[in-house]
Design a protein around this ligand. Sequence first.
Ligand code: SAM
Length: 275
Amino acid sequence: MMLRTAFWIVAALSVAGTAGAQTAEVAPPFVTTPPEVVERMLALAETRGDDVVMDLGSGDGRIVIAAAKQYGARGIGVELDPKLVAAARENAQAAGVAQQTRFLNGDVLKADLSGASVVTAYLLPWLMDALQPKFLAELAPGTRIVSHAFAMSGWEPDATREFPLSGEHAGRTATLYFWVVPAEVRGEWYAAQPEGEWRLEIRQNFQQIEVEGAVGDVPLRTSGAVLRGTHIGWQGEGEGEGGTGRFEGRVLTFQIVGTLTANGASRSIVFARRP
Ligand SMILES: C[S@@+](CC[C@H](N)C(=O)[O-])C[C@H]1O[C@@H](n2cnc3c(N)ncnc32)[C@H](O)[C@@H]1O
């Protein structure tokens, strides 16, 4: 019943959108995520005891409370409706996790997201899109985001899960979208090495990257470049000594620090941003 309500709200929005008549944004109503979906969301985020799980539009608090109860995580809920904030606090008290959880009354678009290591949401597409710049600006690279039912424009999920529901929702499916906030790596990087200077040019579209450059005078081409949070890697296909091999590293504030493995031997390389 609850899921059906969300369906009709989105369906109504889609129809209005295609007619070009919809301008006002409808606030996501209070529709609960079924417990089995809550479990899947927290599992997909690989929630741990040291996480701070922030649910945007926390409703009755169920996601934050489950994260605290099942994983020992700390949780923060942000909710527009003060009555739901009060209900969530009572529910947390009853579940014995009041000490680990906080419920804030406010607008998610004005909330400070920076303390979260896991963000969960069951909102609407326009609000996910409005949140996207905040996710990228405020969340540390590596922060995991899971959204029930709604994706974001432009930013491809790292994973999508679709599964059938049981019990009162039997016959329906739920969809979850998962993203890892990527480190910012676009631009030029260099490293002085015995075989010559490494120069990298990294192009970036969210978590998708392309790496190319040169080792000394030899062009460096790569394949299989990946960026997941602060982890970066690529397969070098340069000719000659320097460029070949697999690089795996971590993105720090001003450096990429990692290991190049080629012909069974490994050595560390530290790239700095081209000043
Ligand atoms: C679909 S419900 C999800 C509730 C809960 N997260 C869950 O999954 O069961 C969306 C919730 O977001 C709240 N909400 C809508 N717009 C909001 C906003 N701009 N800021 C904070 N909360 C908002 C609604 O009041 C509602 O409780």
